[in-house]
Design a protein. Structure first.
Length: 268
């Protein structure tokens, strides 16, 4: 039987400077031209600006392009990646640049350095850098320095995302219709973990077991992309089912590993 699991097409990239869609392989040249029409703030000071492409090697559907001044620190680049794609619970993160690792929480036993290094001191044009967010349910990224240019400006330019992939159109792994939900039990988005609304309702017992698909390689990992509305809807769904079955809701306290108390609602 032929599999219904279909990989989404690699989407076009949207230039966030001019708003136009651009083919992935043409984005570097497009940005050079686009930046000529929309230059940085005028001034007399030479400033190195790093243009950095970001991909998730496991899912090439996702793409970012960032501009950041060489005077900025790695910690600011880390914050940009978190804001754009990653942040859920304040997990650890690190860059691997050559043989050296730069961590948000450096461990001397592993030879880590902190993220206080300036971009211009550790990155060069053509360099490829590895980046990990969350050392448990890790989202791994790869950064490539596409270009380092000198621009005239009064101050260091803002650190900005200048291009991002359009949201991929995922296909439901059950029926091949447009997918909108992703399983929370499979540690992230994948071709065989995404479902349309109809299949999600039949595949899962409650809304806690699936989350909305968002435009990020971390979609659903550690709850990334979930909102309070998702949790409220899931709880309402569970309550309705329990009521139909004649069950009552009560709050119980459990002891987790280490003697840490944990409270949760159950239906009996």
């Amino acid at each position: 039987m032929k599999s219904k699991v279909k990989k989404p097409k690699v989407p076009e990239v949207k230039c966030l400077i001019c708003g136009k869609p651009v083919l992935r392989e043409a984005i570097a040249e497009h940005l050079k031209e686009c930046r000529g029409k929309f230059p940085l703030r005028p001034g007399t000071k030479d400033i190195e600006v790093f243009r950095i492409a970001v991909i998730a090697p496991a899912f090439l559907e996702f793409f970012l392009c960032i501009e950041i001044a060489g005077t900025k620190k790695l910690s600011e680049l880390d914050a940009m990646l978190r804001d754009a794609w990653l942040e859920c619970c304040g997990h650890l993160s690190l860059f691997r640049i050559g043989e050296q690792s730069f961590s948000v929480s450096p461990d001397p036993n592993f030879g880590d350095k902190d993220m206080g290094a300036k971009i211009g001191d550790v990155l060069k044009e053509g360099m490829v850098v590895e980046y990990d967010y969350d050392m448990g349910s890790t989202t791994a990224l790869e950064l490539e320095v596409l270009e380092v240019k000198k621009s005239k400006g009064k101050n260091a330019p803002r650190s900005i995302v200048v291009a991002q992939n359009e949201p991929p159109e995922w296909k439901c792994c059950k029926c091949a219709n447009l997918a909108t939900r992703v399983s929370t039990a499979d540690y992230g988005i994948g071709y065989d973990t995404v479902y349309c609304d109809a299949c999600a309702k039949t595949e899962f017992e409650s809304g806690y077991e699936h989350s909305p698909i968002v435009n990020s390689p971390r979609s659903s990992t550690c709850g990334y992309g979930r909102t309070e509305n998702d949790d409220e809807a899931a709880e309402a769904e569970i309550a309705a089912k329990a009521k139909a079955d004649g069950k009552k809701r009560k709050f119980v306290i459990e002891q987790r590993e280490g003697g840490i108390p944990h409270g949760r609602w159950v239906y009996e």
